[in-house]
Ligand binder design. Structure first.
Ligand SMILES: [Cu+2]
Length: 263
C-alpha cells in the first residue's frame, strides 16, 4: 500500500514537471531544438539527435537490467539465508563493462570533434565575409563594403536584423571589443565565442527567406539580455536593394557633399 502510494506520488510529480516545462514561456529561446536552416545547424542537430538516441538506449538498457534484478532476485522469493552468486573480481565482466562505455564515449567524442571541425574552421570557399564584433552591449556586422549593421535590442524592443542573401556561403569572423560574448542562433549555427584579441570563425548558408532568432550566450555584463540577435535571409535582388539603401542612408559611406544648411 505504501509502495503504490509512493509510485503514484512519483508519477504525479513527473506529470506536474512535464506540464510546468511545456507551458513555460519566459520569452527567451525555445527549449526545443528549432528546425535547422543552415547545413552546419543541420549537422549539429543530427549530432544532438544521434547522441540522444544512443543515450536513450543505454538508459533503457540500464533501467531494465536494474528492474529485472530487483524483481527477479528480491528477498521475498528467495529461500531464507540465500546468498546470490558472487561476481566480484570477474575478469570478463570487469573488462566488458569498462570497454563498452569507453568505446561509446570515444565514438561520441570523435563524432562530435569531426562535426565541430566542419562548423568552426575558417573556410576559404566563401562567397562573402562578414566580421561580427560583440561589444557591451550589442553586435556590429561589418560587410567590408562600407555597410555596417548595428544590432542592439532587448526582448521587448525591435532588433535590427543582420541581413544575408539566400543561397550564399557567408563566412563569419568573430571578435570581441571588450569582454567575451558568444554569438548563437540555434537554427543556423552553434555558439561561437567573440573573444578580444583572438578571431573565431563560423559560416552560414541559408536557402530560404525568413528570420531567425538568437542571443548572446556568454554572460557579459548588466546588458547581456539586450544582446538579442535576428538573422534575416533575403533573395539576392531584395538583398541588393537593401545594400544600396544602407549605403544611401549611412553617413560613413556617402557623406553629404552639400554644405550643412545650419551655420
Ligand atoms: Cu554578450
Amino acid at each position: 500500500m505504501v509502495r503504490s502510494a509512493r509510485a503514484l506520488l512519483t508519477i504525479l510529480g513527473f506529470a506536474a514537471l512535464a506540464i510546468a516545462l511545456s507551458s513555460c514561456d519566459v520569452g527567451g529561446l525555445s527549449p526545443i531544438f528549432p528546425t535547422p536552416v543552415s547545413p552546419n545547424g543541420q549537422g549539429i542537430y543530427n549530432t544532438y539527435i544521434g547522441i540522444s538516441v544512443a543515450a536513450f538506449i543505454v538508459f533503457v538498457g540500464v533501467e531494465a537490467a536494474l528492474l529485472w534484478v530487483v524483481l527477479r532476485y528480491r528477498r521475498t522469493v528467495q529461500p531464507l539465508g540465500y546468498v546470490p552468486p558472487q561476481v566480484h573480481g570477474h575478469t570478463g565482466l570487469e573488462i566488458g563493462w569498462t570497454l563498452a562505455p569507453l568505446a561509446l564515449v570515444l565514438f561520441i567524442a570523435g563524432y562530435s570533434f569531426v562535426e565541430l571541425q566542419h562548423d568552426f574552421q575558417p573556410i576559404s570557399n566563401e562567397q562573402m565575409l562578414v566580421v561580427v564584433s560583440g561589444h557591451q552591449f550589442g553586435w556590429d556586422y561589418d560587410y567590408g563594403n562600407g555597410v555596417v549593421v548595428h544590432q542592439e535590442g532587448s526582448l521587448t524592443a525591435e532588433v535590427t536584423p543582420f541581413v544575408v542573401p539566400t543561397k550564399t556561403l557567408v563566412k563569419l569572423q568573430f571578435r570581441g571589443t571588450d569582454v567575451i560574448h558568444s554569438w548563437w542562433v540555434p537554427a543556423i549555427s552553434g555558439k561561437t565565442d567573440a573573444v578580444p584579441g583572438y578571431d573565431n570563425f563560423s559560416w552560414l548558408k541559408i536557402d530560404k527567406t525568413g528570420r531567425w532568432r538568437g542571443e548572446c550566450a556568454e554572460l557579459c555584463g548588466s546588458g547581456h539580455a539586450s544582446m538579442q540577435i535576428i538573422v534575416q535571409a533575403m533573395d539576392q535582388s531584395d538583398y541588393d536593394a537593401w545594400v544600396s539603401k544602407q549605403k544611401s542612408t549611412s553617413p560613413a559611406v556617402s557623406p553629404s557633399a552639400s554644405p550643412s544648411p545650419s551655420q
